[in-house]
Design a protein around this ligand. Structure first.
Ligand code: SF4
Length: 88
């Protein structure tokens, strides 16, 4: 189980955010400028694809991961109209 978790997030040790204040990515009260600054860090990150895929798959409910906010990740998991398509 622990090995699986390490494999799942092993890319994190190479993330550009390691040198950043965690508050930038997990703010108590997010505001647009802070979100833009966090996304700029993600934009330089060599593991953005892995980070985004993990966060969407895991359903991370807080913070900016892979350059996406919680709402943006949710829209990838549940695109508009997904309920109607599933019901038909
Ligand atoms: S994509 Fe962003 S949140 Fe993910 S590891 Fe890179 S810098 Fe950190």
């Amino acid at each position: 189980m622990a090995t699986e978790a390490v494999r799942e997030t092993g890319w994190a040790s190479r993330g550009s955010c390691r040198a950043s204040d965690p508050e930038l990515f997990f703010p108590d009260a997010p505001f647009p400028e802070q979100e833009a600054r966090a996304k700029a860090v993600c934009g330089t990150c060599p593991v953005i694809v892995e980070c985004r895929a993990y966060a969407v798959r895991a359903g991370e409910s807080e913070g900016i991961w892979g350059g996406l906010t919680t709402a943006e990740r949710r829209s990838l998991r549940f695109p508009p109209g997904w309920r109607q398509r599933a019901a038909s």
